[in-house]
Design a protein around this ligand. Structure first.
Ligand code: HPA
Ligand code: ZN
Length: 338
């Protein structure tokens, strides 16, 4: 049942978002506006028609539309507008820190310069820091359906901008594209001082989560749902204090779960796993971080203490300095006390 007290707590808690693909925040209205501004043809007559097409049976169904949607992003201003719109939504949900993914290969393969993408996203993030008080980290993802060599060329493009990019991730079609294929490029990213994370266990088996840990040496697991099938892996993730960036509405819309009541968030917390709640691709999956918190809290009837833990985990699982994490924990404790 909806619970206004619980929703008020969710709204008042400071939060960090650790799993957000900026291209997945492209709302149908902006898709239309940018298609018109840039003279890009799209096979839809209205924003409503676009929304109706967002009916996915699995990850690949979604990715096909997601890559198509990116086609309207051409200029630095487009990437700025996209990112700025996301940050305003995040601010409205009391998000104070974001660690956002972008998919450079989704743009460079269309002939857009790496710098055009980076400049636009970063300009919005910097403005968000000043005007909205949202700090950030920027994580560049490799598309795992492409080769490790292609990922390596993307890392080469990032090297002149190392101070501006804070980490690398691994996304796109999971099954059939195991983390092991990216061991060398991740080793190079780590040697360059970049943080490392990877999508694993969204559709792929627990073995992919193990590979992400053992071979890519990730600091976080994005999704991680299927880790729950392997008790020894769960034990390891608990003992290592590994953060899992769970995305409840994404799981539902991509049929990773059949019902929100099947969300792994409660089980993860019960097992001592460090779960967080995130929106993944909010424009495609029906909601931003506040929507994700409310949906999962209602379906699982999460307690105030569990919701507080999720907010704490979002900061302690982030790449922000420890002193800043501690300050947010103090603020969360204050909100929780009221
Ligand atoms: N999984 C894998 N790749 C992605 C996703 C996701 O949820 N969103 C955008 N790219
Ligand atoms: Zn994702």
């Amino acid at each position: 049942m909806p619970n206004p007290r619980r929703d008020a707590l969710i709204a008042r808690l400071p939060k960090a978002e650790l799993h957000l693909h900026i291209e997945g925040s492209l709302e149908p209205e902006m898709l239309f506006a940018l298609a018109a501004r840039n003279g890009v043809a799209i096979p839809f007559g209205s924003a409503e028609e676009v929304r109706a097409a967002y009916d996915f049976s699995n990850l690949q169904d979604f990715l096909d539309i997601y890559y198509q949607g990116m086609g309207v992003l051409l200029h630095e201003q487009d990437f700025f507008d996209l990112t700025w719109a996301y940050l305003r939504r995040a601010a409205a949900d009391n998000v104070r820190h974001v660690e956002i993914f972008f998919d450079p290969q989704g743009h460079t393969e269309r002939g857009i310069a790496f710098e055009t993408v980076l400049d636009g996203i970063e300009r919005a993030l910097k403005q968000g820091e000043v005007e909205l008080g949202i700090s950030y980290r920027l994580i560049m993802c490799f598309l795992r359906h492409l080769s490790e060599e292609d990922a390596g060329m993307t890392l080469d493009q990032a090297v002149p901008h190392l101070g501006r990019i804070h980490g690398v991730g691994l996304d796109s079609s999971e099954v059939g594209h195991p983390p092991a294929r990216f061991e060398r490029v991740f080793a190079r990213a780590r040697s360059l001082g970049l943080h490392v994370t990877a999508h694993a266990g969204e559709e792929g088996p627990p073995a992919y989560v193990r590979e992400a840990l053992d071979l890519l040496k990730v600091e976080r697991i994005d999704h991680g749902n299927r880790a729950l099938e392997d008790p020894a892996l769960v034990e390891r993730l608990v003992s290592e204090g590994m953060t899992l960036t769970v995305c409840p509405l994404s799981n539902l819309r991509l049929c990773v779960i059949g019902d929100m009541a099947d969300s792994p968030v409660r089980r993860m917390l019960d097992l001592g796993l460090k779960a967080t709640v995130n929106s993944d691709d909010p424009a495609y999956f029906g909601g931003y971080i506040g929507d994700n918190f409310r949906a999962v809290a209602e379906a699982l009837d999460l307690t105030a203490a569990e919701i507080v833990t999720l907010a704490e985990n979002s900061f302690t699982g982030s790449f922000m300095p420890m002193a800043d994490q501690i300050a947010y924990l103090a603020e969360i404790a204050e909100v929780a006390r009221d």
